[in-house]
Design a protein around this ligand. Structure first.
Ligand code: IPE
Ligand code: IPE
Ligand code: MG
Length: 247
């Protein structure tokens, strides 16, 4: 029986994020170059997005390139950036037809010109769509975003604005690049690694974490559904006792 039929559609997480990991190791196990893994990772993106939209997830955030990934060999970085342009150009019409609104978080200005341009065009083309938000984290790291938010908050206060202590947290959250998306509820990481690698450190506060041994290019719709079912079987207490949740 498919995991899809076990999903309660009224309790689907509004925002799911994925650390898409293991492309290089998957390719190497097949005796292929790492870039082969990245190319095959595109199919897993399609499957996850389709699965997410089908069950009613409103926002899917994908970690595609971290600020630390610039330390990789030039040829791998170039291949990733080229793959991104090619994929965005090829998929934009399908995304648009399916009601996907594309956006991105991270410092996009450091991306190669062509990549940046293709991305902005696709974002513009899909901006009125409402079925699901697809957010690409590109040249993103959580510490970059938190530092940026702190600077914005400092500027806001320096301009003479005052804030009540009880409003400071939500004001700060409003300066993060994720402020326009729903609260993160489920974070998935593939490839068996159990770390966050500088991803959504603030947003993960009360998200459920789900780790799978599968490498990213192997991740399919059924794996996505399985993660949702796992999420739905957990008791999210938010600091309360289990008994308090029952009343
Ligand atoms: C994830 O796969 C893709 C990116 C980080 C861009 P990796 O490239 O990290 O693959 P592994 O983890 O080395 O196998
Ligand atoms: C995290 O994966 C970044 C992305 C998936 C884009 P990495 O493969 O770069 O993470 P580490 O280096 O193993 O922590
Ligand atoms: Mg990796």
């Amino acid at each position: 029986m498919s995991f899809k039929s076990k999903i309660h559609l009224d309790k689907v997480p509004a925002h799911v994020a994925i650390i898409m990991d293991g492309n290089g190791r998957w390719a190497n196990l097949l005796g292929k170059p790492r870039v082969f893994g990245h190319e095959n990772g595109v199919q897993a993106v399609r499957e996850s997005l389709e699965a997410a939209a089908e069950v009613g997830v409103k926002c899917l955030t994908l970690y595609a390139f971290s600020t630390e990934n610039w330390k990789r060999p030039d040829y791998e970085i170039n291949a990733l950036m080229t793959l991104l342009v090619r994929t965005v150009r090829k998929e934009v019409d399908t995304l648009d037809e399916k009601g996907v609104r594309l956006s991105a978080i991270g410092d996009l200005t450091r991306l190669p010109g062509k990549t940046h341009k293709a991305l902005l065009e696709a974002i513009e083309k899909t901006r009125e769509n409402t079925t699901i938000d697809l957010v690409l984290a590109l040249n993103y790291s959580a510490r970059w975003d938190l530092t940026r938010a702190a600077k914005k908050m400092h500027r806001y206060l320096a301009e003479g604005n005052e804030i009540a202590a009880e409003n400071a947290e939500s004001l700060f959250a409003g300066f993060l690049s994720t402020h326009k998306y729903p609260e993160l509820e489920l974070l998935i990481r593939t490839s068996g690694e159990r770390r966050l690698s500088n991803f959504l450190l603030w947003e993960v506060a009360y998200a459920e974490l789900y780790f799978t041994e599968k490498f990213w290019p192997e991740f399919c719709k059924e794996d996505f559904y399985r993660a949702i079912v796992d999420f739905q079987n957990r008791e999210r207490r938010f600091g309360l006792t289990g008994d308090q949740l029952k009343v």
